[in-house]
Design a protein around this ligand. Structure first.
Ligand code: CA
Length: 224
């Protein structure tokens, strides 16, 4: 799951990014409303977290402009205590939920999970491809009854492949969903990660069909 956080307080923004990355989210940051709106309009995000008071363009304006562009990605608003009217206006403007500052990281995580569990967002906790299963709430991956240990990035990549099982995903699509904006991605990075995933997901299971497939010239897919 890829998240864009727009928050002008750098300390809050970077600590949220750090915490969410530990929970296997892919996180981009913007520190003002204008670059926030640009990134939100162009990127492939599953969730936006917007502070309300931002330089350049405030959070509510960003939401209105995104909704006008038919971008309906869920939005979680961060707001200072006492701006109750802002919150109500925010929800009217198309925000999905709000959180009053200061908040605990656990509270934010709970709200993010709640938003992503809503049926319209179609992100289910457990995904299976053949006998491979991945749970994106507990981060458990197993094949048959063997637990598979993955690094953070390997997990995010496998999750992305499994969410689109049966479909061919290009390297560009994979890079834009699995790595954040600032990451240094070399052309063969995706190949390297796919190879590692195969070593964990397919190679140890010699009597079973390989699930991760290379479609030469196009990309990769996972299917049973
Ligand atoms: Ca602010």
């Amino acid at each position: 799951m890829r998240i864009l956080i727009v928050e002008d307080e750098h300390r809050i923004a970077t600590s949220l990014k750090k915490g969410l990355e530990q929970e296997h989210f892919v996180v981009d940051l913007a520190f003002d409303g204008i670059s926030g709106l640009d990134m939100a309009s162009e990127g492939n995000y599953d969730l936006f977290v917007f502070d309300l008071m931002l330089p350049g363009k405030d959070g509510l304006t960003i939401i209105k402009e995104l909704r006008a562009k038919q971008i309906h990605t869920p939005v979680l608003i961060l707001t200072a205590r006492g701006q109750v009217e802002d919150k109500v206006t925010g929800l009217n403007a198309g925000a999905d939920d709000y959180l009053i500052k200061p908040f605990s990281f656990e509270e934010l995580l709970a709200r993010i999970r709640a938003i992503s569990r809503r049926p319209q967002n179609l992100i289910s906790a457990s995904i299976t491809v053949g006998d491979l299963s991945l749970n994106n709430q507990t981060f458990e991956v197993s094949r048959g009854n063997i637990i598979i240990n993955l690094s953070n990035k390997e997990f995010v990549l496998l999750n992305f492949l499994m969410e689109h099982q049966g479909k061919i995903l290009s390297k560009d699509q994979i890079i834009s969903h699995v790595w954040d904006y600032d990451a240094d991605i070399l052309p063969n990075t995706v190949e390297v990660y796919i190879r590692t995933l195969r070593r964990k997901v397919d190679l140890p299971f010699k009597n079973k069909p390989s699930l991760i497939k290379t479609v030469r010239g196009f990309g990769y897919k996972i299917s049973a």
